[in-house]
Design a protein around this ligand. Structure first.
Ligand SMILES: *[C@@H]1O[C@H](CO)[C@@H](O)[C@H](O)[C@H]1NC(C)=O
Ligand SMILES: *[C@@H]1O[C@H](CO)[C@@H](O)[C@H](O)[C@H]1NC(C)=O
Ligand SMILES: *[C@@H]1O[C@H](CO)[C@@H](O)[C@H](O)[C@H]1NC(C)=O
Length: 225
């Protein structure tokens, strides 16, 4: 009975039916930014598939999960307007081996490719995500154009709103730099004005001060000068 149960579990695992993509636990630079998130690679998730099987990541809005795999409308550049899902990060299953060397990178940053974001000739672009989400993702194994295995959809993934490293951060830095520059310029102008005013008018000022002083006060202060 136990071996049969194990066999059933192993088979289900092999087909990925019981597996969801996971956000990585910790990652330098954060698990999510305003336009990216970091997933664990699907290592050892798909077994018993041919070596030339290609593993794709399908990224969808929650309402876009119905789209059939291989739907030709899935272009990154049309997401999320005319396409509610897109496919990206295609690589052969050989890149997700079971045995991991500790130096291997075992995560995928979704949304990291800015260069192809507007290039319609690159529909599989891993471009920056267009908003805070939520998004749901699944890994899909294709043998040719034939789906042979897939994971479940991930839990909804929410991105940071604007304040993340990347776009929001650099915009903040630019604003801060601008404000500091203006303050510095005002301070500098004030200093220059003070210096000029001081050197030009210091003597007349002393004279005028003395002129306003009563004779009595003038006599009192005179010995100290
Ligand atoms: C997600 O994590 C669970 C529990 O650690 C694991 O069983 C599963 O294989 C992971 N999914 C992927 C796609 O790596
Ligand atoms: C989606 O539509 C909005 C509003 O019409 C537009 O600003 C945005 O650029 C479009 N995005 C894409 C990827 O076509
Ligand atoms: C991903 O798929 C596209 C379109 O089928 C192809 O042009 C590209 O070479 C593939 N990339 C990899 C790394 O296999």
């Amino acid at each position: 009975m136990l071996p049969l149960l194990l066999l059933l579990l192993t088979t289900a695992h092999g087909l990925g039916e019981s597996t969801k993509p996971n956000l990585t636990d910790t990652f330098l630079g954060g698990r999510t930014t305003a336009s990216t998130f970091v997933l664990e690679q699907p290592r050892c998730v798909f077994t018993k598939l041919r070596d030339d099987t290609v593993i794709w990541l399908v990224v969808a809005l929650p309402e876009g999960r119905w789209s059939a795999p291989g739907d030709p409308g899935r272009k990154f550049q049309e997401f999320p307007n005319s396409s509610l899902a897109y496919m990206t990060l295609n690589t052969t299953i050989l890149n997700y081996p079971c045995d991991t060397n500790s130096r291997d990178i075992t995560v995928l940053r979704v949304g990291s490719e800015t260069s192809c974001a507007k290039d319609a000739s690159r529909p599989t672009c891993n471009g920056p995500l267009p908003g805070p989400g939520p998004y749901q993702v699944k890994f899909l194994a294709l043998d040719g154009s034939e789906p042979v295995a897939q994971t479940e959809w991930s839990n909804p993934i929410f991105l940071r709103k604007g304040t993340a490293a990347g776009v929001g951060h650099s915009a903040g830095m630019i604003a801060l730099t601008a404000i500091l520059s203006v303050l510095f310029a005002v301070l500098l102008a004030g200093l220059v004005a003070m210096l000029l005013w001081g050197s030009t008018f210091s003597k007349p000022e002393v004279v005028s001060v003395r002129r306003y002083n009563t004779h009595h006060v003038y006599d009192q202060t005179a010995p100290r000068l």
